[in-house]
Ligand binder design. Sequence first.
Ligand code: NAD
Length: 362
Amino acid sequence: IRASASPRRPPGSAEGAGLSVLVTGAAGFVGTHCSLALRKRGDGVVGIDNFNSYYDPSLKKARRALLGSHGVFVVEGDINDGRLLAKLFDVVPFTHVLHLAAQAGVRYAMENPASYVHSNIAGLVSLLEACKDADPQPAVVWASSSSVYGLNDRVPFSEAHRTDRPASLYAATKKAGEEITHTYNHIYGLSVTGLRFFTVYGPWGRPDMAYFSFTRNILQGKPITVYRGRDHVDLARDFTYIDDIVRGCLASLDTAGRSTGTGGKKRGPAPYRIFNLGNTSPVTVPTLVSILERYLRVKAKRNVVEMPGNGDVPYTHANISLAREQLGYKPTTSLEMGLKKFVRWYLSYYGYNRGTHTFRNS
Ligand code: NAD
């Protein structure tokens, strides 16, 4: 663990910032990409993930293997395990924590509410406890979500907009996370940066997300369910490509500033920041399907139904002025370009045969 956490520049990599980062949720979609990017520029990375079965565990194992081949070690464990976290901080003086572990997904909360409390509330507090007790205290950068804007109808969403009307339990736990992290910043001097990601997509993505599950169904000739809002309005999302999100995360780590506490005691004020990380150009779900059809070269069987009111919001759109100004964040990947890369990865990862419409790897 110590070796993978000590900054060391692999051959051919860009100059790193010399960070030593604990990445939680490292075997997840965003965690894998961020860990690889940090490693590539020569920063030290250790991951932790509980490899839960919310979606295909074999995909998480494949990501772990990919990370391993790039020198990133992922500890299998839960962020609620305070003793394990204390041990990790004991072995490695992490300068930063990139906290991405969470129970994601909006609709799953109706079936399994406890998992949101476990990972997004109790797990967050457990992690912050370990961070505040660590010496040195790391700076914490963590994933909030655009879902905190909830039933807000002022668009584009900017960080100053109200976030007191969440539409799902997932959103409520992310909003609570913003308040919980604020108290640790205030009381213990932890440097905190919360990032409100807007619908992230790309290679190695999450099978529970629409663009991913649509792809499989379209290829298999199965119908896809496309939700429509009230009055026949199409849902739209500010789809943001993974590489843009990764750049935003790395810029947040690089500019996080120091935590000011030691051994659980605050020594002075520390930064508390929140940024939107989106793409600033929402696209409707039917348009997303049309782009997929073009790259997959298969027509989708669309089953259009009214949104059942299960936590989804009709529209998301990020105002990214603050991130642009303070992080130099500038998304560069259009949905067309990003989906092209996703489809290329998908076909190759699952070994799709266009002739027989079958997958070599299920
Ligand atoms: P993901 O589900 O692929 O990754 C999360 C990882 O955390 C998983 O590998 C899971 O096994 C792990 N995990 C969950 N609970 C844990 C626990 N208690 N202890 C240890 N590990 C645990 O999700 P993702 O898409 O990579 O999302 C990363 C973060 O970004 C999450 O916090 C998510 O809420 C947030 N986010 C994602 C999106 C998106 O569109 N992907 C949008 C907004 C916010």
